[in-house]
Structure formats: C-alpha cells, structure tokens
Design a protein around this ligand. Structure first.
Ligand SMILES: Cc1cc2nc3c(=O)[nH]c(=O)nc-3n(C[C@H](O)[C@H](O)[C@H](O)COP(=O)(O)OP(=O)(O)OC[C@H]3O[C@@H](n4cnc5c(N)ncnc54)[C@H](O)[C@@H]3O)c2cc1C
Length: 374
C-alpha cells in the first residue's frame, strides 16, 4: 500500500487529505500537524475584538481524520529528508511514497529574539486569545502595531472596536509602517480608502519608521519616538517554517519553495499553499485561502495520477480577488476584477469566511456571532 504523508492541517493540507481520503482503502494516508486543531486564520482579527468566538474557528484534526478514515499525528515536524523519502518528528521518523508539504507560514521576527519575546503575534487562535486577554487586563496605555499590511490594519481596527463596543475610552493605537504608506503593494485607491478609514477611527499611521527595540516595557522607534507602557503587536511579515529552509531547496525571500508546474519539488514530493512559490504574470502569487485549497486539491489529484501512471495536471492560479476588512464594517478590495468597498465588501469577506468554514456548526456559529455582535 502506497504511503502518503501530508504535513500541515491548514487549508491546503485539509483539502488534500479530504480528496485523498476517498482512496483510503488503496493508500495509507497520514496527516501530521503541530496543533491538534485546524484554525480558521482569516477570522483571527475578529477574535481580538471578541466579535467571533474561537470555538467556531477551530475544528479537531483527529475528528476530521477519523471521519475521513485516515491517520492523524499531533506532532511538530522538524526535518524532511528528500533523499530517503522520510520525515522526522519528535524522536520518530516516517517513510513515505508521496509527501505533501503544506505547513503554511508564520510571523517573521527576522531573528530578533528580544522582539519575539516581547511582542504579540497573530499566527493562530491562541495568539488571538492572548491579545484579547491582554486587552481585558487593561495593562497597556498605547498599542503599537508593527507592519501596515492587511494583518496590521485588521489588528489595529479590531483593537479599536474592542474599546468602542465596550464603551471604554479608546487607548491610542499606532501602526508603524516602514514604507511610505500602509498596504504599499496594493493599488493606490485601496491605500487611500484604508488611510481615510484609519484616520476616521483615530488610528495613527507612523510612516517610514521601524520598531527598533522594546526596553523596560518601552517601545523604541528608529525615528526617536518612544512609547511607554505600550503593547506591541508584530505584523511585519511572514516566513515559512524553518524546517523547509533546512531541506536545501530553492526558496523565495519568505522561504517559499519553488515548485514545478505540477506543484512538485520532485516526483514524490508536492508543495502547496503558503509553502509554495509560484509566479503568475511575473509576480509571486500572494498567500491566500483560495490558492491553498485549489493547490491542495490539485496535489492530491496529481498524487493519484502519479500512482496510477496517469498524466499530471498543471496548476493555473484562478484569482477571484481579495478584500481588506476593517472592524468598523468598512472594507475595500477587488473581486472578479471589480472594485468593491463599504458594506458590500464586508459582506463578501464574511461570505467567504462562512463558505470556507469546515463544519455546519462553525458556519452557523459565525453567522450568529456576526449577527448578534454587530
Ligand atoms: C491574520 C490572518 C488573516 C488572514 N486573512 C486572510 C483572508 O482574509 N483571505 C485569505 O485568502 N487569506 C487570508 N490569510 C492567509 C491565509 O490564511 C493563508 O494563506 C492560508 O491559511 C494558507 O493555507 P496553508 O494550508 O498553506 O497554511 P495554514 O492554513 O497556515 O496551515 C499550515 C498548517 O501547518 C502546520 N504546521 C506548521 N509548521 C509545522 C510543523 N513544523 N510541523 C507540523 N505542522 C506544522 C500549522 O500548525 C498549520 O495547521 C490570513 C492569514 C492570517 C494569519
């Protein structure tokens, strides 16, 4: 029986596992993840403002595996040996005939251990709950979000929502952005829309500045500004997990692995989702749920074709668009090539979230929370 291992029970890994499970009588399929649950990442910012409960954003991976009739191992993979078709986790090793690398991405602290220790991040549900607990504790006088990408913007607006919905005095919130503008890689009209909305919400953007250090609870910027008693949330970039860079493959600056047109690294190893570096029209394909799911499905189909000696299918990215949601029910984005803003964009974002959720219970829970906590 051919052995298939999937590393990562996120969007891409789950899509691959679901599809491969239809062949569970023919293949020995193992899903392995360092977390016991699947986490619905696009709604992590909503946890910060307590708009959506974490219980509707997780799904037990062992339950899913049991339902699909595949194996699940809850363990941290620390190495992959492509020469020996082997993965290493804890003190164990597992051999495979086919491997799917779907280990996603995580916050990049650029090797600054001090910042890593002092700052919050937003990689999973536990991180989101830590930020919420911290807001509840009222420990900080200011909030500094490092990074004005979509994650930073979403975090800032949800912190503002937290205070606003509780009728508490809103504490000063700052976004520190290295470049000239927030969302600097997105179209100018989206930058302008977002900046105007942030201004209306009282969130200050500090442009062309960087967080240099946190000393004795004070956040220091490279332009001399100092924030005492401030909570730091780091959202200044992501990278793939370290074990991927140790494999010795060609990777992008974020550690994404270059794959061939069939999403392979070699005939036995596929790489998908945030882990895979793919270009479309000369630009790197952005990280996103829609691509992760489509790639997970294609990798699974190509594994089946490889085993059955069929012709593999090439990956063509289908981009439905993206939305930048902000927590005061404002959003902007491009869907099917059309500009969308305001409530329509907010609605489309949450529609995607409900649609991509893994269970009826979670879908209903999210809808209920969005309705109630409007
Ligand atoms: C705050 C936030 C908001 C986002 N909003 C949106 C949005 O609105 N729309 C959108 O399209 N995308 C959004 N994204 C991006 C989107 O979530 C990712 O592109 C998507 O999750 C990628 O899927 P994946 O399967 O590649 O990785 P993930 O879903 O991240 O799954 C990776 C899995 O691998 C596991 N793993 C990692 N390392 C190891 C290891 N060493 N051993 C074992 N297991 C490991 C992790 O625990 C995780 O379960 C957002 C991301 C974040 C963080």
């Amino acid at each position: 029986m051919k052995k298939i291992i999937i590393i990562g029970g996120g969007f891409a890994g789950i899509a691959a596992a679901d599809l491969l499970s239809k062949y569970r009588n023919q293949f020995d399929i193992t899903l392995i993840d360092k977390k016991p649950d699947f986490n619905f990442l696009p709604m992590l910012p909503d946890v910060i403002s307590n708009r959506v409960s974490v219980k509707f954003l997780r799904c037990s991976l062992s339950d899913l595996a049991a339902k699909w009739g595949i194996k699940f191992i809850n363990a941290f993979v620390h190495d992959v040996c492509l020469e020996e078709n082997k993965i290493l986790y804890a003190d164990n090793a597992l051999n495979y005939d086919y491997l799917v690398l779907a280990a996603g991405s995580e916050t990049n602290f650029y090797n600054d251990m001090n910042l890593q220790k002092q700052a919050f991040k937003l990689d999973n549900l536990e991180d989101a709950v830590l930020i919420l607990n911290d807001l509840n504790s009222q420990k900080y006088e200011n909030f500094v979000i490092c990074g004005g990408g979509y994650t930073g913007v979403e975090i800032a607006t949800n912190i503002r929502r937290y205070f606003f919905k509780r009728k508490l005095a809103v504490k000063p919130i700052f976004i520190v952005e290295k470049s000239k503008e927030v969302l600097d890689r997105l179209p100018q009209w989206m930058q302008e829309y977002t900046c105007l909305n942030l201004k209306k919400m009282g969130i200050e953007v500090i442009r062309q500045a960087e967080v240099k250090a946190v000393i004795d609870g004070k956040i220091m910027l490279n332009n001399g500004k100092i924030f005492p008693k401030a909570g730091l949330i780091w959202a200044a970039g992501v990278k793939t997990p370290d074990f991927l860079s140790r494999i010795g493959l060609k990777t992008s600056f974020q550690g994404r692995v270059f794959v061939d047109e069939y999403l392979r690294i070699n005939p036995n190893c596929f790489c998908v989702g945030d882990n895979a570096y793919i270009e479309t029209s000369g630009q790197p394909l952005r990280m996103g749920v829609q691509f992760a799911i489509a790639q997970g499905c294609l990798a699974a189909k190509n594994i089946i074709r490889s085993i059955q000696r069929g012709k593999l299918k090439k990956y063509h990215a289908l981009d439905l668009g993206y939305i930048i949601p902000m927590a005061n029910n404002k959003a902007c984005g491009i869907i099917l090539g059309l500009k969308v803003t305001g409530l329509v964009a907010v609605f489309l974002h949450y529609l995607m979230c409900v649609f991509r959720s893994l269970s009826i219970r979670n879908r209903l829970g999210i809808i209920g929370n969005l309705w109630r906590k409007k």
